[in-house]
Design a protein. Structure first.
Length: 356
């Protein structure tokens, strides 16, 4: 079982990638619209096929990336059949199983925050994904979207707190830097639900929170009731078109050696190795501009801002950092040469100088 916890800083939202790496199949819980490209990059780097995007509920603070991911990967959209959403491929109900490879998640209905809230429990009950129903030392609000405090109390007590004490719980949000908790901790220390707090105590507490109206609710809820599908079915595409580029999970663009070899002269080749490496046994790409990484910030004026730049080094690490420096300096069309000179030579593309 493979798990990655991803984070959207703007909304404090956690997205979870679960996969059976042997089978190469994955599911993604609570994707964020603005992070869809990041998620696709990670899936591609890991060689995973996304089977489903799963929603714990119809969100009020961000728009889901489910539709974008469906368009780019073919994944199916799945969420509660009680959510009122349109455009899903698989409506989920309590007791359903979502399979990926030899693993599966069991669906538990946990309404209260909204009418259609779900918790996803891993097959061996070692972990569960609680969305906004149960947070770390807290819980979701219950004052809109069909929320009901008494219903939430029962959902948590009967569907989450009945899991094994050591079952790890992964929430839909956190705003304090916390990442995970477990059933035993929340039963003991959650100030809203732990210890001997009764349903009456909980309802009274939740009825007097006095929270502000969610800032994005008027945009997010209608968008999520369509599974993140825009009104005009448009997909914002700001991918550069000057080369065959791939966005890495680290957030920079890469170009493969074969493209550079087949398109000489289209871009400036920036070599950020030290002088002894540039003139050393590995050789260099023809017409490459030598500027060591440590000198790049002070020497950016030696590069033409009107032409694309492909940065390279020995293995691709320093040149990736060079793309960040150039971006900050106002350069736009920038890419890293994947694998650097090691891959270039390994694929037997021509070099100047160096050993034959």
């Amino acid at each position: 079982m493979f798990l990655r916890q991803l984070f959207d800083l703007q909304t404090g939202t956690y997205t979870y990638l679960l996969a059976d790496k042997d089978a190469g199949e994955a599911v993604l819980i609570d994707p964020v619209y603005e992070q869809a490209r990041r998620d696709v990059a990670l899936l591609n780097e890991l060689g995973l096929k996304l089977l489903y995007t799963l929603e714990t509920h119809v969100h009020a603070d961000h728009i889901t990336g489910a539709w974008l991911l469906h368009k780019s990967t073919g994944s199916k959209i799945a969420l509660s059949g009680d959510s009122g959403a349109q455009g899903m491929h698989r409506p989920l109900a309590h007791g359903d199983k979502i399979e990926f490879g030899k693993r599966f998640l069991t669906v538990r209905a946990t309404p209260g925050h909204t009418k259609g809230c779900l918790t996803f429990v891993l097959d061996n009950e070692e972990m569960a994904f609680t969305g906004d129903c149960l947070l770390i030392r807290g819980c979701g609000r219950t004052d809109f979207q069909g929320g009901d405090a008494a219903e939430m109390y029962q959902s948590i007590q009967t569907q989450i707190f009945t899991l094994p004490e050591n079952c790890l719980l992964y929430p839909g949000h956190d705003y304090k830097g916390l990442t995970t908790t477990c059933v035993a901790e929340e039963k003991a220390f959650n100030p809203r639900l732990g210890g001997q707090l009764s349903e009456e105590d909980f309802v009274g507490f939740m009825s007097n929170l006095g929270l502000d109206h969610p800032k994005k609710i008027d945009i997010a809820v209608p968008g999520n009731l369509k599974c993140g599908r825009p009104d005009d079915d448009s997909i914002s595409d700001d991918q550069p078109d000057w080369a065959e580029l791939t966005l890495t999970f680290a957030g920079f663009w890469e170009v493969q050696p074969h493209w550079l070899a087949e398109h000489p002269g289209v871009a400036q080749v920036l070599d950020v190795r030290e002088a002894d490496e540039f003139n050393g046994p590995m050789g260099r790409i023809a017409h490459a501009i030598p500027i060591p990484l440590g000198e790049l910030e002070k020497r950016v004026d030696e590069l033409d801002k009107e032409r694309p730049i492909i940065a390279t080094c020995r293995a691709g690490g320093r040149s990736a950092q060079a793309t960040v420096i150039l971006r900050k300096a106002g350069f736009n069309d920038i890419a890293n040469l994947a694998g650097g000179m090691l891959r270039w030579r390994d694929q037997q593309y021509p070099v100047e100088g160096g050993d034959s």
